[in-house]
Ligand binder design. Structure first.
Ligand code: NAD
Ligand code: ZN
Ligand code: ZN
Length: 350
């Protein structure tokens, strides 16, 4: 296949500044690497946190190309890579783990000990908001033939992170009252992944009325505009006592404050969002007896395989709005303004 010499890429070139669309050489895969033609790449709220960060906060060197939710077609392989990968549609596991450390050997690649600086695709290393993406190892690919790349792209982070959270909760979900805070990219997929759990009650929180409508459509028993309202709603219920599980996909001072208030004894707050809030995990402090607070990061390769399979079976479906690569800066502005329902997805070929 003949490839062009240059491509477009949306790069972060300065901290605290919007990314720029630039022209770059199409990378050539070295031994062990593969080159993908990007079919679709999702825009994550974390990208906004990254571009807003002042110099020195993030352990990444500039410039790099954004885009950590990527689906592509393998168009070139480096030496030592099985040619059978060529032409395959793949989802990228964006955590570019070492594959050798204890965490990796335990299948916990998202907590790879080697990832002390750049994390992976579009997070410190060049990502998929470009016409082509270089992936350092086929370990990071999950075959996804037959999938719609636009629906699939959000599953590689929004869906993967939600799947990691829901899988980690396991039997703790049985009979539980759960609150999902934030029904955006991650939250709307989490609601779908929670659907098979035998929850007693599922409350979704979002200040946007369209997001609350979406939450009801996705199976929430109740919706409120703020986490504080959810606490009041739960207090008024027959068995009171708040929520056993709070999944906070916002993570702001306001939402975590409310989460601490509405937690039931033995309950768990899962802090997924990165909006600057904190919870004091002191024994005998504000949180009820037996509390747990976790702050999971992204997901494992197994979680990605599982969520891709769930999507193939129709159990999970990302709500998406598509944009061209040139429209990506405007799409980020809409994400920041809370105007995206589900996930914004860039299709470079559009
Ligand atoms: P998003 O912008 O798509 O969705 C956020 C949602 O929260 C929106 O629907 C918004 O209306 C809602 N919201 C805003 N303020 C709220 C409030 N006070 N109470 C309730 N809802 C509120 O964002 P996203 O891409 O889904 O990401 C969500 C968060 O998760 C971000 O902070 C992101 O950085 C973080 N994140 C973490 C991980 C991880 O591995 N831990 C992975 C991906 C994203
Ligand atoms: Zn993300
Ligand atoms: Zn590792």
């Amino acid at each position: 296949m003949s490839l062009p010499r240059t491509m477009r890429a949306l790069r972060l070139t300065a901290w605290g500044a919007p990314p720029e669309l630039v022209e770059l050489p199409v990378p050539e895969p070295a031994a062990g690497e593969v080159l993908l033609r990007v079919e679709a790449a999702g825009l994550c709220h974390s990208d906004l946190h990254i571009m807003d960060a002042p110099a020195g906060r993030m352990p990444y060197e500039l410039p790099f190309t954004l885009g950590h939710e990527v689906v592509g077609t393998v168009v070139a392989t480096g030496a030592e890579v099985d040619h059978a990968w060529l032409e395959r549609l793949v989802a990228v596991h964006g955590v570019w783990s070492c594959g050798r450390c204890r965490a990796c050997r335990r299948g916990r690649e998202n907590y790879c000990f080697a990832l002390t600086g750049p994390i992976g695709c579009g997070i410190g290393y060049d990502g998929g908001l470009a016409d082509y993406l270089l992936v350092p190892d086929v370990r990071h690919l999950v075959a996804a033939e037959g999938s719609d790349p636009v629906r699939l792209a959000p599953l590689t982070d929004a869906g993967l992170t939600a799947q990691h959270v829901v899988r980690s909760l396991g039997a703790d979900l049985d009979g539980a009252t759960a609150v999902v805070v934030g029904v955006g990219g991650l939250g709307h997929l989490a609601l779908q992944l929670l659907a098979p759990a035998r929850l007693a009650c599922l409350v979704a929180v979002d200040p946007r009325s369209e997001a609350r409508r979406l939450a009801i459509r996705l199976g929430a028993d109740a919706v409120t505009a703020s986490a504080k309202d959810a606490a009041e709603w739960l207090d008024d219920r027959e068995d009171g006592q708040g929520a056993d599980i709070v999944l906070d996909f916002v993570g702001s001072p306001e939402t975590l404050d409310a989460a601490a208030d509405l937690l039931a004894p033995g309950g768990r707050i899962v802090v997924v969002g990165s909006a600057g809030g904190s919870v004091e995990a002191a024994k005998g402090g504000r949180l009820p007896r037996g509390f747990a607070v976790t702050a999971p990061f992204w997901g494992t390769r197994r979680d990605l395989e599982e969520v891709v399979a769930l999507a193939a079976s129709g159990a999970v479906r990302a709500e998406t709005e598509t944009f061209s690569l040139a429209e990506a800066p405007a799409a980020y502005a809409r994400l920041r303004a809370g105007e995206i329902q589900g996930r914004a997805v860039v299709v470079p070929a559009r």
